[in-house]
Design a protein around this ligand. Structure first.
Ligand SMILES: [Zn+2]
Length: 239
C-alpha cells in the first residue's frame, strides 16, 4: 500500500494505516499523530451507522467514505439516479393526461420519450457538474494556487447525489405533499454535494456553498435554454 493514502476522519491529516495488527490476533485502531484520536473510528462501525451519519452530513462519515474506502459505484449510482429523475419527469409529463384514446395510449408507451427525459437529465447534471468544477478550478486552482484531484472530486460529487434515489418512492406514493417532498430531496442532494466538496477540498463552508450555487445556476440556465430555444428537445418530442 502507498504511503499516506488514508486520512484522519477527525482532522483530515494524512495517515499510513487505519489499524495496526499486533501479530497475536490483536488489532488496534491507529491513532492520529495530529489530533490524538483514532484515524478512522468508522472501520469498526456497522454500515447502517455509517449511512445514518452520512445522511446527517457528518464530515467524518464523508471523509471515511471518500478517503478510506474504495467505494467505486459512483458511475453506476449516477446512471441509476438519472433513471430515477427521467422517470419522475416522464411521469410528470403524462401525469395530467387522462385519455382513453388508443392513439394516446400508444404515444404514452413510446420509450423514446423516457430516453429523451434521460438525455435532458444527463445534460442538466453535466451542466451542474461542469459549473461546480469550473468554479472550483477558478477559485482553488487559479486564485488560491491549489490543486484539484479531478477523479476524486467527480467521485465525491456523484456519490453525494445518492439522495436522488428517494425520487422513486416520492413518485410512487404520490400525494398532495409531493412537490414539497421533491423540493426537500433537491435541498438534501445540494447539501450533500456541498459537504462532499468541502471534505474533498478541505475548504470553508462558504466556498462549497458558492460552488454548489454556481453549479445550480449553470444547470438552471441550460434547463431554460432547452425549454425555450426554437429547437427545444421537449418540442421535438411532442411532435
Ligand atoms: Zn487527526
Amino acid at each position: 500500500m502507498d504511503k499516506d493514502v488514508f486520512r484522519c476522519v477527525e482532522c483530515n491529516e494524512k495517515a499510513t494505516e487505519l489499524h495496526r495488527d499486533y501479530s497475536n490476533g490483536i488489532l488496534k485502531l491507529s491513532i492520529c499523530d495530529s489530533c490524538q484520536k483514532p484515524v478512522d473510528k468508522y472501520i469498526e462501525y456497522d454500515p447502517v451507522i455509517i449511512l445514518i451519519d452520512a445522511l446527517l452530513c457528518k464530515t467524518q462519515a464523508f471523509r471515511h467514505i471518500l478517503f478510506n474506502t474504495s467505494l467505486n459505484i459512483h458511475w453506476k449510482l449516477c446512471v441509476f439516479c438519472l433513471l430515477c429523475e427521467a422517470y419522475l419527469r416522464w411521469s410528470q409529463l403524462h401525469g395530467s393526461e387522462q385519455s382513453s384514446d388508443p392513439a394516446d395510449i400508444i404515444r404514452y408507451t413510446k420509450e423514446w420519450e423516457f430516453y429523451g427525459m434521460f438525455g435532458l437529465a444527463l445534460l442538466e447534471l453535466s451542466a451542474y457538474c461542469g459549473g461546480v468544477l469550473w468554479f472550483v478550478w477558478l477559485v482553488v486552482g487559479r486564485l488560491q494556487g491549489g490543486t484539484v484531484e479531478l477523479s476524486l472530486f467527480i467521485r465525491a460529487l456523484l456519490l453525494s447525489c445518492y439522495g436522488k434515489v428517494l425520487l422513486i418512492p416520492a413518485v410512487i406514493w404520490e400525494h398532495d405533499y409531493s412537490p414539497l417532498c421533491l423540493g426537500l430531496i433537491k435541498l438534501f442532494v445540494l447539501t450533500s454535494n456541498s459537504q462532499a466538496i468541502r471534505v474533498t477540498l478541505n475548504s470553508s463552508r462558504r466556498l462549497s456553498l458558492l460552488a454548489v450555487g454556481f453549479g445550480l445556476l449553470t444547470e438552471t440556465c441550460v434547463a431554460r435554454a432547452c425549454n425555450e430555444l426554437p429547437w427545444s428537445i421537449q418540442d421535438a418530442m411532442s411532435l
